[in-house]
Write a protein that binds this ligand. Structure first.
Ligand code: NAG
Ligand code: NAG
Ligand code: NAG
Length: 321
């Protein structure tokens, strides 16, 4: 009897050790204390680089393989268009580069989980092939695509011929997790990621880690200088100015759509293009066990009434084009 108990105890200890070394939950960070007393950490491939944000729970602690599989349940069914491409490890490997800057690691556990759901909500809505009567429901089909299937043009803008000239024969149609379009966007993302995307936009459709990395870079980086990023408006490090308040721009998920898509989805009431992104976010909040009620009231969750940070018509009037 006694021997049996200590055997069980040994098994329990062994299981704990395995968890520590395994994927996610409980990975021990390397810790050091900087001059001035700031504690910084590094968690290897899960939170890469010395940062205070790597010391506490990181994304792989609260978002694990089975959750990724739940959110994107249909992506590997035969009718999907990027079978075998997207996986959990690519997401975490890409996220690890931005977690030291606060991606999924800022604001405490609830905010962290909400940010991952919010980012993936955008991703799901941009890569879905779900429709009303699809099996599993229309929201189960995120990450169905990794590129635009029948591009109608090559997305080469000659206005950028000196900064981001199009490479002959190369097409800049939509690719990725938050799809990139146009030569100048591939050029800018490539500079930031130190990958030659202007000459090789196809790298995005060949490498899921790079595709997620480009998407998280977009999420973490202001579209224009002096403006907040989607991350900033979501976690609340952005403080609205008086003008923002007058334009009904307040921190939250709604403002992330404003940062990323402006008046193509915002400021037009409850339109489908906006509601589709919102629905993916709510669905993921539920699946992650956070619950959609944590998304906040309508004016925080949506951008139905918000004026764009960057109006597409540059007229001085605030009405949308
Ligand atoms: C990490 O956790 C500690 C203790 O709970 C907390 O005081 C600190 O603010 C957290 N750091 C970050 C970057 O969230
Ligand atoms: C995919 O992209 C990542 C991130 O840029 C890079 O580290 C990795 O080497 C790439 N993989 C391949 C097979 O090129
Ligand atoms: C606020 O809006 C007014 C009128 O559009 C503009 O002149 C002013 O520069 C804006 N202020 C800031 C801080 O953006």
């Amino acid at each position: 009897m006694e021997a049996e108990r200590s055997f069980l105890l040994i098994m329990a200890v062994a299981a704990m050790v395995v968890t520590v070394g395994g994927q996610g939950s409980g990975t021990k960070p390397l810790v050091k204390v900087l001059k001035g007393g700031l504690k910084v950490c590094d968690k290897g491939w899960e939170c890469k680089g010395w940062s205070k944000y790597c010391c506490n729970q990181t994304v792989s602690d609260f978002f694990q393989t089975y959750q990724f599989e739940n959110l994107f349940a249909k992506r590997n069914t035969p009718v999907a268009h990027a079978v075998g491409f997207w996986d959990y490890r690519s997401f975490i490997t890409a996220a690890a580069v931005y977690q030291p800057h606060g991606f999924g690691t800022a604001g405490g556990k609830l905010m962290q989980m909400k940010e991952v759901a919010a980012f993936l909500g955008h991703v799901g809505s941009k890569t879905t092939c779900g429709y009303g009567v699809a099996t599993g429901g229309p929201l189960a089909w995120g990450l169905c695509y990794n590129k635009e299937m029948s591009p109608s043009k090559s997305y080469c803008d000659d206005d950028y011929k000196y900064t981001y000239p199009c490479t002959p024969g190369v097409e800049y149609f939509g690719r990725g997790a938050l799809p990139i379009y146009w030569n100048y966007n591939y050029g800018e993302a490539g500079e930031a990621l130190k990958v030659d995307l202007l000459n090789h936009p196809e790298y995005i459709e060949q490498n899921a880690t790079l595709a997620f990395q480009a998407a998280i870079w977009r999420w973490m980086t202001p579209v224009k200088k002096q403006q907040p990023s989607a991350h900033d408006v979501f976690v609340g490090t952005w403080k609205p100015t008086k003008n923002d308040t007058l334009a009904k721009r307040i921190p939250g998920f709604g403002a992330t759509m404003n940062v990323l898509y402006g008046d193509s989805v915002c400021g037009q009431g409850d339109v489908d293009s906006m509601n589709n992104i919102v629905s993916h976010y709510q669905y993921y909040l539920d699946l992650m066990g956070v619950g959609r009620e944590e998304a906040g009231p309508h004016e925080v969750l949506t951008c139905a009434e918000q004026e764009a940070f960057n109006p597409s018509s540059s007229s001085s009037s605030s009405s949308s084009s």
